[in-house]
Design a protein around this ligand. Structure first.
Ligand code: MN9
Length: 261
């Protein structure tokens, strides 16, 4: 059973990396260490098996095992959002049902990608998943899978289980528009780490990102500074974070973050 209402999921949530051993198998012990590290460094929840978690390199069975191990360790101390997106609806529904049975608080999915699906196909993908499970869905706007424009987001928000969006696109004016026109209880999680201040100032309820795996405190400071209207402090922290991000992106970001961890 999930525990947290989606409207209470706010703050700084790492898009958690997945631990693998030297043979590239899921490393349960390593994963538990990462979970403990992130929870002990101010995380307000975890976003698991997403792009940063190298989900598209994993077998469906491995993705399920990651969800089981993380849910057991977190044990409802903080909210867990499980990304269940896949190129096909059948796999996504299977993962969604499994994540739901593990007690995650919400699921999330990138839109189906590669074949440049049209708006109706993307809408129906999310609708089919939402009809198969009784758990909140956070849709995902990310240019890598094809940015969804405001009209499609508005349509998706009419599906009952769709309660928010992870917004990893730079069109932050749309964050303000979503809050104004769809409603303040439609949750928005800003996903471009380099623009966390901008996302929060545009109205995001929280931030979900890769770099909170390695510099969680700095992003928690950003979140708190914006909420307390200390914008010059927030900018200073963002500038510090971005110097680290630029370095890491130049060196292969998941591997370099793991080295840093
Ligand atoms: O949304 C992440 N996006 C991708 C989450 O992985 C594509 C971000 O956290 C970026 O990794 C980060 C670095 O560019 O902003």
């Amino acid at each position: 059973m999930s525990k947290f209402e989606v409207q209470t999921i706010k703050g700084m949530l790492p898009a958690m990396v997945t631990s693998f051993d030297k043979d590239e198998n899921f490393d349960e012990k390593g994963q538990i260490e990462v979970v403990d590290f992130l929870l002990n460094h101010g995380s307000d929840g975890l976003y698991i098996t997403g792009s940063t978690g190298e989900t598209f390199l994993m077998e469906t069975s491995e993705r399920k095992r990651v969800t089981e191990v993380v849910c057991e360790r977190v044990n409802h101390k903080k909210p867990v959002i499980a990304h269940i997106g896949a190129i096909g609806t059948k796999v996504s529904i299977d993962l969604a049902k499994h994540a739901s049975s593990c007690g995650v608080d919400a699921i999330s999915a990138v839109p189906p990608f590669y074949w440049k699906f049209n708006e109706n196909e993307i809408f129906n993908y999310y609708k089919d998943i939402c009809e198969a499970v009784d758990i909140p869905m956070i849709v995902y706007n990310i240019p890598l899978a094809g940015t969804m424009g405001y009209p499609l987001i508005k349509r998706l928000a009419e599906i009952e289980n769709i309660k928010g969006i992870k917004y990893t696109a730079s069109t932050h004016h749309e964050i303000t528009r979503i809050k104004q026109e769809i409603g303040s209880d439609f949750m928005i999680y800003s996903g471009v780490d380099e623009m966390a201040v901008s996302g929060l100032m545009s109205g995001a309820d929280g931030i979900i990102g890769s770099f909170y795996n390695i510099i969680p405190e700095l992003f928690k400071d950003i979140y708190i500074a914006v909420k307390e209207d200390r914008l010059l402090d927030a900018k200073k922290y963002q500038d510090q974070a971005n110097r680290i991000i630029m370095y890491v992106l130049d060196h292969g970001f998941v591997s370099t973050m793991k080295r840093a961890l």
